[in-house]
Ligand binder design. Structure first.
Ligand SMILES: [Mn+2]
Length: 323
């Protein structure tokens, strides 16, 4: 589906239920807040409902209080279109998609190459840096006036999904969008600081326990981290330790793939696997072989079992892709 068709269908509906994936990060939040402000400017009604709470550090986002958590009263929300943003799969919304019991049309706006086109209307652009960049495009196409709050949301989404404009998904259009958003008086330095330079000292101690556990595989072309439950026996971190470890891994000379394994902190023995690649290795393909997905350079999957065995299996699969 084209951008024109997306714009036409947005105009058609009067009220939207907006949601994103579980464990939302900058792009998911930026895209949903940007989309909310967009439909408001078109005179529509909308509600944002997420399965998971706002991650640490993101309360600076204007409008973050508009984001409601899925609860018992959520079923009373009235909408004629379910807008799902930044999700490769409908189930990535957690249980939010179940609110669509009347089977209202689902609008799927996403940039994951692994997107399953689960919507009635699908606009999937794997060439876009972020879902926020796609929402920005809708703004431009509909010639809607941008404002500072929406600019902060969309800029934050673009910045976080591009690793602050240095991942290979960063295009000249990405810079153009960011440049135009900066004209609305947003404080890019403050957004960066709130997002990346805001680690509580207690979390630094956890990070320093995790980093020495780094494992080098395949002559240093692959590194792995295992985040085990026991790391959190004295308390959970506020920041996303996985994200910090992944960035650290990427920064190491000669590393092509970083694999992070995280034991689920809940009841079941699920292990979340996050993969990052520098350059040629397609980690989306690797994740897909374990029923996950994402992008060529950033993907993930969830497996069940012993973390050590899972790590071994996934590293073996990565080794096959190193040619
Ligand atoms: Mn995204």
């Amino acid at each position: 589906m084209s951008l024109n068709e997306v714009c036409a269908s947005i105009k058609k509906y009067n009220s939207f239920l907006i949601t994103v994936h579980t464990s939302p990060e900058g792009d998911a939040l930026g895209a949903e807040l940007g989309f909310y402000s967009l439909i408001k400017k078109l005179g529509k009604r909308g509600a944002i409902i997420n399965e998971d709470k706002l991650p640490y550090g993101y309360d600076f986002l204007p409008g973050s209080k508009l984001i409601r958590l899925l609860n018992k009263s959520s079923k009373n929300v009235d909408f004629d279109c379910l807008a799902v943003l930044d999700c490769a799969d409908l189930k990535r919304t957690g249980d939010v998609y179940k609110l669509n019991k009347d089977k209202k049309p689902v609008l799927n706006i996403d940039h994951h190459i692994s997107n399953r086109n689960f919507g009635d209307l699908n606009w999937v652009d794997s060439g876009a840096s972020s879902c926020s960049e796609m929402v920005y495009k809708i703004y431009k196409k509909l010639r809607l006036p941008m404002d500072k709050d929406a600019a902060v949301a969309l800029y934050t989404g673009i910045m976080t999904d591009t690793g602050s404009f240095h991942y290979s998904n960063t295009s000249s259009y990405t810079f153009k969008a960011a440049s135009e958003l900066l004209k609305f008086g947003i404080d890019a330095a403050q957004i960066y600081r709130a997002t990346y330079e805001n680690i509580p000292p207690a979390d630094v101690k956890l990070l320093l326990k995790l980093l020495p556990k780094i494992e080098f595989h395949c002559q240093g072309r692959v590194v792995g981290f295992q985040i085990k439950k026991e790391l959190f026996k004295d308390g959970k971190p506020s920041v996303d330790l996985a994200d910090l470890a992944l960035s650290f891994g990427r920064a190491i000379k000669g590393v092509e793939v970083v694999a992070l394994f995280k034991e689920n902190l809940g009841e079941n023995n699920e292990v979340r696997v996050n993969l990052r690649s520098q350059g040629k290795v397609d980690v989306n393909e690797i994740a897909a072989s374990f029923d996950g997905g994402g992008h060529k350079n950033a993907a993930g999957c969830t497996l069940t079992g012993d973390i050590k065995k899972i790590a071994k299996k996934v590293i073996a699969r990565i080794r096959q892709s190193l040619r």
